[in-house]
Design a protein around this ligand. Structure first.
Ligand code: GLU
Length: 312
């Protein structure tokens, strides 16, 4: 039973570095949509990838979002605390062990008719004898098999606020990573399982995030359906792109809040975010909330232009 009874939205960053302008803009949009529709708003720290996540990074991200004026309902949830919930969900799904290495998958995926990026199903229909053999081979190398969902559909349709109905392929997604026997507990839950289980647990029925994740929504919605969870309304928002037309990245320079604050105030940053959303002369998120109209958001990516220092 969940303690989270009210409809909610969320922002769910991975704590592997400071948030940049594009992340901050998506966070502001998630907060705006959620508060505009009277929802609770949670921050969820997606730190299942223990090699890339750090507690310091999570703390800095929280501070940055608070500095912008965003408020969250409590508690802030950390995925590293949620292993039991993921194990419980896994036990309720139709799954199978997968012994493939990344290389096996790459090679199988380059066969004719293979769909790029989709798991070709190599381990789906192995006999028990074949499984025992592959498992012992893997154990001898000190590795554990991954666990995949046995999907019973090839595609699934979701509703997206901006895209309308979106149908995409569903494959046998990884639910639990393989990994090394000696580190069996570390970082082994997969994003697709964790995100679905946690959204369901927290009552998240509105998912606002960058549109680079639209492709993952059909598999996540299918997984939610299989677990008997409410499928959220998706709101995939355009990304901020850097000067080369690619998703903004730290290498584009002076893009994190702390970097930006070297030359300007928090109000300046908020008004730059507001401007990127189509609102001019707005310097607090509260004011932005009063003016926010989802229908007005441009569907085009926002081109990041670093602002020149004063007097340049
Ligand atoms: N943790 C994911 C990321 O930082 C976002 C997941 C989501 O919003 O569904 O890219």
């Amino acid at each position: 039973m969940s303690d989270f009874q009210a409809p909610a939205g969320r922002y769910a960053p991975s704590p592997s570095g400071d948030l940049h302008f594009g992340n901050l803009r998506t966070a502001v949009l998630a907060w705006l949509f959620s508060r505009h529709t009277g929802r609770n708003f949670y921050l969820r720290v997606e730190d299942i990838d223990s090699e890339r996540s750090s507690a310091e990074s999570a703390q800095r991200q929280i501070e940055d979002l608070q500095m912008l004026g965003l408020d969250f309902d409590q508690p802030v949830m950390y995925q590293h605390d949620r292993g039991d919930a993921y194990a419980d969900a896994l036990s309720r799904l139709d799954t199978y062990e997968c012994y493939c290495t990344r290389r096996d998958i790459r090679e199988a995926a380059s066969a004719p008719h293979a769909q790029p990026g989709m798991y070709p199903g190599t381990c789906r229909d192995l006999s028990e004898e074949q499984r025992a053999f592959r498992r012992s081979e893997l154990h001898a190398e000190g590795r554990l098999p991954a666990i995949r969902l046995r999907a019973h559909v090839k595609e699934w349709t979701v509703r997206d606020f901006y895209q309308g109905e979106y149908t995409g392929p569903v494959d046998d997604v990884i639910l639990k990573r393989g990994g090394r026997i000696d580190q069996a507990q570390a970082g082994d839950w997969a994003y697709n399982l964790a995100v679905v289980v946690d959204d369901g647990y927290q009552g998240v029925d509105q998912v606002v995030r960058g549109d680079d994740l639209l492709f993952s929504a059909p598999a996540q919605a299918y997984l939610a359906d299989r677990l008997g969870l409410t499928v959220p309304v998706y709101i995939h928002v355009p990304l901020v792109v850097g000067p080369e037309g690619r998703r903004l990245a730290k290498r584009d320079g002076a893009v994190t809040l702390r970097e930006m604050l070297a030359g300007k105030s928090v109000e300046d940053v908020v008004s730059q975010i507001a401007e990127s959303l189509g609102y001019v002369g707005v310097s607090s998120v509260q004011e932005l909330l009063e003016e926010f109209d989802p229908a007005q958001l441009s569907r085009e990516p926002w081109l990041w232009t670093p602002q020149q220092p004063e007097g340049f």
